[in-house]
Design a protein around this ligand. Structure first.
Ligand SMILES: [Zn+2]
Length: 215
């Protein structure tokens, strides 16, 4: 988490990794600011980060439905076909008493991506329309922590491995759920790369100040 202490006058920030206080000039687009002690990436300004995050999160919220509700893979063995959904993969792990794995897969590939996209939508939406909300800072903290736990690519890797193994013995059809899932994977990756945390924290602080002055 990158917290700007004073948003107007000085530009002192504490490094989230080693707590070193740094007074750096406001970086411009294309700049990268690293901590001089531990090398942690402190700021990486992005172009139109709020607008991009807002539109990407809307696309993500739409894609979550087909990715979770439509069949991902159809398997046909000797005339009998079954369809696999994202959730049925989790349920299969549960029924095989592999519940610790099932919980991890459920959290990293279904729940956390959903909450992450929802938080991105709520935060960027509020910032885009200049609406203050007292939960903005906590949402931002949650979102930054969740970022490390969204692991759609792990599930994707599992699908690829399973498909390669099954291809020899069964006919495999890829469903719309899989395409939506791949698109969702790209969207979550873009959400992380387009997020300008410093700008977001700065805007949240500014909105809070304006709100404080009004009331
Ligand atoms: Zn540091």
């Amino acid at each position: 988490m990158f917290v700007t202490n004073d948003l107007n006058s000085t530009n002192y920030d504490a490094c989230p990794e080693c707590d070193l206080l740094i007074n750096h000039a406001h970086p411009t687009i294309g700049d990268k600011v690293h901590c001089p002690r531990c090398g942690f990436l402190l700021a990486r300004p992005r172009k139109q980060s709020i607008e991009h995050t807002f539109s990407l999160s809307i696309a993500g919220l739409i894609l979550i439905f087909p990715a979770n509700l439509l069949p991902m893979i159809g398997i046909e063995v000797m005339g009998e076909s079954t369809n696999g959904l994202l959730f049925s993969g989790v349920m299969a792990l549960f029924s095989k008493t592999m519940w610790p794995v099932a919980i991890v897969v459920f959290l990293a590939s279904i729940l956390f991506p959903l909450v992450h996209i929802l938080l991105s939508f709520l935060i960027s939406g509020h910032l885009y329309f200049n609406r203050s909300c007292r939960y903005l800072a906590s949402w931002m903290c949650w979102m930054q922590h969740l970022d490390e736990w969204v692991m759609l690519e792990v599930y994707m890797l599992g699908i690829i491995v399973a498909c390669v193994k099954l291809m020899a013995m069964a006919e495999i059809k890829f469903g719309w759920g899989l395409y939506a899932f791949i698109a969702l994977l790209i969207i979550t990756g873009m959400l992380t790369s387009k997020l300008d945390t410093e700008l977001f924290w700065h805007r949240i602080g500014k909105l809070r100040k304006e709100h404080y002055h009004e009331s």
